[in-house]
Write a protein that binds this ligand. Structure first.
Ligand SMILES: NC(=O)c1ccc[n+]([C@@H]2O[C@H](COP(=O)([O-])OP(=O)(O)OC[C@H]3O[C@@H](n4cnc5c(N)ncnc54)[C@H](O)[C@@H]3O)[C@@H](O)[C@H]2O)c1
Length: 391
């Protein structure tokens, strides 16, 4: 294969922006050959811009068309594993938008289908291309901070208005979106958390539903998680605080790292704190701390870098920045947070998927479908700053 032929399912905000990049030849070795959407106005939008690109109303027809080698899925979340499984069944390569889905059971089935297909499966975790998170990921994995003790991320600069929630009928519903701030805005952050630190063994969460907006799902959440080695993690988010904060702090036995305001600060000890604690004769020693500062010189390639990396992975076997099968991990964190909040108790990992799905189903059945004045927002087809890391 010399060129990867992409078809996009869902050409709304995000899929529309990817389509513009692919059609504009911004991704080497990739071309846009087909798009699919169930809304006529979006097909008309595409027809006016993408000469020669086939238009489909039914994604199964797109998958069967023979016109694509890879499908990029940018529909509402619930459909991601449904469409992906069908694509894998046809031996197509899949790049899905985040989150991987809304429940881990269907995502596990998607992962199984991906493995059986032997094709390339990626997920659009564009924040993994951010320079500072990449550096921190490598430092923690190399043991630069020693054994991790604590992780704290306050990421409440995801401010959204009621107009935002009213901009699409699938948004902020248990039926269509399957969750709120943890499932829409935070999949990137939950992924970065687990990418750097790995998965905890249990968590306790508090999720406030409709706290700041007229929505059924949570717009404020706090998660406290514990790791096998006794380390703890606290994750705080909301879409209702302005101005917000984006501050991550990780402490380990060899020092700490702080990421805030586009800057990574490392505070490194000369010897392990556990050793200091056990051997020092002083009660409160003043240890030498080496401080290193890394400014974010450029934000990383974002969506385009993931598109290019994915294309290179299919064409030349390049290692994926964000393998699709890893999408289940961040989703496990948000599913477990919901289960803990709904039951007002700890959620152990691996997650009890049956119990999660049973409660989610009840919430979906009792959801009031007409509580909001929904109007579809104007879609620009441009990459938006609000999808990048914001400080
Ligand atoms: N990676 C990122 O930074 C990022 C940013 C924004 C959105 N997203 C993700 O992209 C996905 C879409 O979000 P959005 O904001 O573009 O939503 P959107 O509502 O603007 O677009 C979704 C599109 O899918 C279409 N669609 C729905 N059901 C379909 C079906 N059965 N067949 C074909 N088309 C169908 C809709 O008509 C719509 O045009 C979400 O999962 C979201 O989380 C990712």
């Amino acid at each position: 294969m010399d060129s990867l032929r992409f078809g996009i399912v869902g050409i709304g905000n995000m899929g529309g922006a990817h389509a513009v990049q692919l059609f504009g030849a911004r991704v080497k070795g990739a071309e846009l050959t087909a798009v699919c959407d169930c809304r006529e106005e979006r097909l008309k939008w595409a027809e006016e811009r993408f000469a020669g690109v086939s238009l489909y109303r039914d994604y199964e027809e797109l998958l069967d068309s023979g016109e694509i080698d890879a499908v990029l899925i940018a529909t509402p979340h619930k459909l991601h594993p449904v469409i992906a499984e069908k694509a894998f069944g046809r031996k197509l390569n899949v790049l899905t938008e985040k989150p991987a889905g809304i429940d881990t059971a269907s995502v596990a089935r998607m992962n199984q289908a991906a493995a059986e297909s032997g094709t390339v499966f990626g997920i659009m975790y564009n924040q993994r291309t951010n320079q500072l998170y990449r550096r921190l990921h490598d430092l923690v994995r190399e043991g630069a901070l020693g054994e991790i003790k604590r992780f704290v991320w306050i990421i409440n600069n995801w401010y959204r208005t009621q107009a935002y929630y009213d901009s699409g009928d699938w948004r902020a519903t248990w039926n269509e979106e399957g969750g709120g701030v943890l499932l829409n805005q935070c999949p990137h952050n939950l992924d970065i958390w687990q990418w750097i630190l790995g998965m905890p063994v249990r968590l306790r969460a508090f999720c406030k539903e409709g706290h700041y907006h007229r929505i059924a799902v949570e717009d404020d959440a706090t998660i406290y998680a514990e790791y096998e080695n006794g380390a703890s993690a606290v994750f705080i988010t909301s879409t209702g605080e302005y101005p917000g904060t984006n501050r991550m702090e990780i402490s380990g036995t060899l020092g700490k790292a702080v990421v805030e305001n586009g800057c990574l600060k490392l505070f490194l000890l000369e010897r392990d704190e556990r050793e200091i604690c056990q051997t020092s004769k002083e009660g409160m020693p003043q240890e030498k701390v080496d401080c290193q500062i890394m400014e974010q010189e450029e934000p990383g390639g974002g969506h385009l870098e993931i598109l290019q990396n994915y294309t290179n992975a299919v064409l030349y076997g390049e290692e994926l920045i964000a393998p699709g099968v890893e999408g289940i991990r961040g989703l496990t964190l948000s599913n477990a947070a919901y289960l803990s909040a709904w039951k007002d108790e700890w959620a152990e990992l691996p997650l009890n998927e049956e119990e999660f799905n049973a409660i989610l189903r009840k919430k979906q059945e009792s959801e009031d479908a007409v509580r909001r004045n929904v109007r579809h927002e104007e879609l620009s087809g441009e990459y938006s700053e609000r999808w990048s890391v914001r400080w």
